[in-house]
Design a protein around this ligand. Sequence first.
Ligand code: MG
Ligand code: ZN
Length: 227
Amino acid sequence: MSAVGEHWTVQVDKALRGRNDQFAADNRAHFRTAGVFVLNIVSSPGAGKTLLLERTLAALREELRIGVQVGDLQTDNDARRLSGHGASVVQIVTNGCCHLEAGMVAKALESQPLGELDLLIIENVGNLVCPASYDLGEDMRIVLVSVTEGEDKPLKYPTIFRNAQLVVITKLDLVGPAGVDLQLLRENVRRAAPQAHLFELSARTGEGLMDWYAYLRRARSGQAGAS
Ligand code: MG
Ligand code: ZN
């Protein structure tokens, strides 16, 4: 583990993989004890996770103490983008592993004391397949799907949608240029994730962000599910 600029970096090695369910249970117990609400954000690469997090950190920094763990195969580019917003940021470099595991989150917590946080946001590696199989100990799994990915993503990757508490359609500003049928995308999300809340927003223009922040505040204060 090393500190670079304003964030920490954890390099994944063998010891941080495996025994996922045990690590996830331990993480969850620690989160509960500390009263930290935890989000696991998953999506394809390029769906807009990091931009949405940048906006969220800037908007909520005065009211919540936020920690971020961001997983990538290589580079600490995302941690660099996210640092400077008053949050504690840890980059997990997975060295080729295409998902985060609970042991990696536990390791990152060594440089992120839970007693100093209200909300922990974990940005998973961009991948709609195997992150579905790895509980990290989170309270809520959020799937982002951008309008530029087309209407049928939820039907092609049903497992990750089925396990989500929340689905966020991103890049609303690109509906026109992408020529996407937004209504069809909504219907496909509903079909794949009938249990989930659905948000639509554009982190670029700000459309829908107020509702997103309000939802996070309610979720954090234990009123998740209240829409
Ligand atoms: Mg990212
Ligand atoms: Zn994987």
